[in-house]
Ligand binder design. Structure first.
Ligand SMILES: Nc1ncnc2c1ncn2[C@@H]1O[C@H](COP(=O)(O)OP(=O)(O)OP(=O)(O)O)[C@@H](O)[C@H]1O
Ligand SMILES: [Mg+2]
Length: 311
């Protein structure tokens, strides 16, 4: 069994996964409550909270399971946050004389598809849409992928979060916007879908369009139109994502990352393989899953291993 550890942003997570992809335990402690009053993740606050949570979260995940390897997200993410997970993983692996597997967080999101019962087999084209990334990936094997396109500015999740903030919704915003959009008319506003060459994405113009639409309204009018704005804004993001997937011409499509939890996106892609809802946003089961297809570093060579903010 593999212990996975994930601390790249504001979820402190640990999970135990078997070598053939069964989830034995999956513990996620979200810090959303802590960062809410700041309207976003404060890196130093996140690091300190990871320090407090990492031991109890790992202990809860292990819960008597026989661990044979420790996997940890080493990149990309908030450097201080990553370092808490990497240090904990090193200590645990070293104390038990186990190998350590350094995992790329983005590979982790894709590997959420390799866990049972979904157990998806490549090849497929994957949309990875999260808080920090929006990419189209050509996945030919479980050990990696090639990047076909990426966002030129904001990530799709970031567009959801910034839109939610402009509409005065709670934090984190993506889910709130998704819920409110169900009560609104998605055709009420014609928000632009950016046309960028190739298979890249752009969401910053959309966010500005929402800002201008909101500015035109009095507080009273905004309250009346909030659901329509949310629905139209969400429609524009989903259209941009779906159009790009269709432009690849791929017949086997998968979607992963926090935005894969979006109800309109899921409904728009009835034939796609969708990451299971609990595995869309950050978790450690996907990290342990990716470790199954990543070279381990043997004991004790990993003590000099470092975290990195970039992929
Ligand atoms: N139902 C939803 N609809 C739209 N967006 C959502 C929904 N649920 C979550 N999100 C968005 O998903 C994002 C979080 O996803 P995830 O945890 O994968 O990102 P991250 O780990 O912060 O970024 P990255 O993986 O790029 O490092 C947030 O931007 C959040 O708003
Ligand atoms: Mg993530």
């Amino acid at each position: 069994m593999i212990l996975g550890i994930e601390t790249s942003c504001d979820e402190t997570a640990a999970a135990v996964v078997t070598w053939d992809g069964e989830i034995a335990s999956n513990v996620v402690a979200s810090q959303a409550e802590l960062h809410r009053r700041f309207g976003g993740v404060v890196p130093e606050v996140a690091s300190r909270r990871h320090l407090e949570l990492i031991t109890p979260v790992v202990e809860e995940a292990i819960d008597g399971h026989e661990i044979e390897a420790v996997a940890v997200t080493t990149r990309p993410g908030l450097i201080g946050a990553l370092l808490v997970g990497v240090s904990a993983a090193k200590a645990l692996a070293w104390a038990r004389r186990l190998p350590l597997v350094p995992v790329n967080h983005l590979h982790g999101h894709v590997a959420s598809l390799y866990l049972k019962p979904l157990d998806l087999q490549p090849p497929f084209t994957c949309l990875l849409a999260s808080g920090g990334h929006t990419m189209l990936l050509d996945v030919r094997g479980r050990d990696g992928y090639d990047v076909l396109g990426t966002t030129l500015d904001d990530a799709a999740g970031e567009a959801f979060d910034k839109g939610a903030r402009l509409l005065g919704l709670g934090y984190p915003g993506g889910r709130e916007l998704d819920l409110l959009a169900r009560e609104g008319d998605p055709e009420a506003y014609a928000f632009p879908v950016a046309r960028v060459p190739g298979l890249d994405f752009s969401f910053s113009g959309l966010k500005t369009a929402l800002l201008y639409a909101v500015r035109k309204l009095s507080e009273h009018e905004l309250a009346a139109r909030r659901a329509d704005l949310a629905a139209s804004y969400q429609r524009a993001i989903v259209r941009a994502l779906v159009e790009r997937i269709e432009a690849t011409g791929a017949d086997r499509v998968a979607v992963v990352g926090g935005v894969a939890a979006n109800s309109e996106l899921r409904a728009s892609l009835p034939d796609a393989a969708l990451a299971p809802l609990p595995l869309c946003t950050d978790n450690a089961a996907m990290i342990a899953s990716a470790a199954r297809y990543t070279d381990p570093v043997p004991y004790p060579e990993y003590l000099s291993l470092d975290a990195r903010p970039t992929a």
